[in-house]
Design a protein around this ligand. Structure first.
Ligand code: DP6
Length: 350
């Protein structure tokens, strides 16, 4: 049995578009901050003799869609691990068993706070360890990418850049950056109407501005990397807002259009502009949902969280650790027994 923990990340330079859907290659590079709140904890255990993986998400047996999604990633994990085992002992390629996966999100699932990023990052780290294989961060990041693009970055600590490239080179790595904090402003805890995956596809296929979005992201990323290296917080903030606004502009120009931001979201964005006129260094960003995340310096985080609490529930986050193994396991047997009982399946059912 192995357990891993990973945290969500919030992109400062956004990823919105795939060059290859199967390999999950992005059209452009992106950059994010891995947070230290809302972790996903995942415990996995081999299922000797079983004919499929099972997923228990937040205490319930997951349906075929979610299970299929993790199984496709686990198939890639198994083939990479089997190839590595064969290369090390030169025996026949081993047939690796299916897994039971028990995963708990400490935060809103599917509400634009990147639960799939922490979920897939934790999954690959736990699964690789359960198969007894050691992979470096690069290889783990490459595997996490197959589950969800943004998961590529949650394998890394703090600020991470995910490179545009091919199957081998499109991985994430941590980069140096100044001290930063984020304040999440949760306005809407419900599931988003259009998933990132679907929204990205629709934008790519229908927006006349999509090429301009790709070109501008390719232009902004090197500036962001330079600002991080120099520790230029104001420049990081300006580029963060620019990337998010350009992403939402291209999303709004899809057909049919997608509006992730609500009037309440814009009120938080307005707050950031207005707070800057009072000398508070705070910049806004939003992902594929109505929530807003405010980027600030650590010494202003409490003030920002207090002021922004009039819009929704706020929480302060700092830079978090990349996906890692933990010694304490989830109560796998208890969670599975309860979930199977509630789903009406036979204990050994798939
Ligand atoms: C707006 O990583 O959730 O958060 O790769 O299809 O799983 P898939 O999409 P996902 O998209 C994240 C989009 C974003 C921007 C970002 O995190 O860079």
């Amino acid at each position: 049995m192995k357990t891993a923990r990973a945290y969500p990340n919030i992109a400062l330079i956004k990823y919105w578009g795939k060059a290859d859907e199967e390999l999950m290659l992005p059209q452009t590079g992106s950059l994010s901050l891995t947070l230290d709140i809302h972790p996903t904890t995942t415990t996995v255990r081999v299922r000797p003799g079983a004919s499929a993986d099972r997923l228990f998400l937040n205490g319930s047996l997951a349906g075929t869609r979610a299970t299929g999604r993790i199984s496709r990633v686990l198939d890639v994990v198994r083939s990479v691990c089997a190839a590595k085992m064969k290369a090390e002992c030169e025996k026949e390629t081993p047939q690796l068993p299916f897994l039971d996966v028990v995963s708990v999100n400490d935060g809103p699932t599917g509400a634009g706070l990147a639960s799939s990023a922490s979920g897939f990052a934790a999954l690959v780290v736990a699964a690789v360890a359960e198969y007894g294989v050691e992979l470096d961060t690069r290889e783990l990041s490459r595997l996490a990418r197959r589950g969800s693009g943004s998961a590529t970055r949650s394998v890394c600590s703090g600020v991470a850049v995910w490179h545009e490239g091919d199957d081998c080179t499109s991985v994430a790595e941590s980069v140096d950056a100044p001290e930063m904090a984020m304040v999440t402003v949760v306005l809407d805890n419900t599931h988003k109407d259009v998933t990132s995956r679907e929204g990205m596809r629709r934008t790519q296929e229908t927006s006349p501005f999509h090429e301009a979005w790709v070109a501008s992201t390719r232009q902004m990323l090197p500036h962001m990397l330079e600002a991080c290296a120099k520790g230029d917080f104001e420049r990081i903030g300006e580029l963060t807002e620019l990337s998010a606004l350009r992403m939402h502009s291209v999303i709004m120009s899809a057909q049919p259009p997608i509006l992730y931001l609500s009037p309440e979201s814009w009120a938080v964005w307005e707050y950031a502009y207005q707070a800057r006129t009072r000398g508070i260094p705070v910049y806004a960003t939003s992902d594929a949902g109505a929530n807003v995340v405010l980027l600030t310096k650590p010494e202003f985080a409490e003030k920002v969280a207090r002021e922004a609490s009039r819009f929704g529930s706020t929480q302060i986050a700092g830079p978090g650790r990349g996906a890692h193994l933990c010694d304490t396991h989830l109560d796998m047997d208890g969670i599975i027994a309860e979930a199977v009982k509630n789903s009406g399946e036979l204990p050994d059912g798939v």
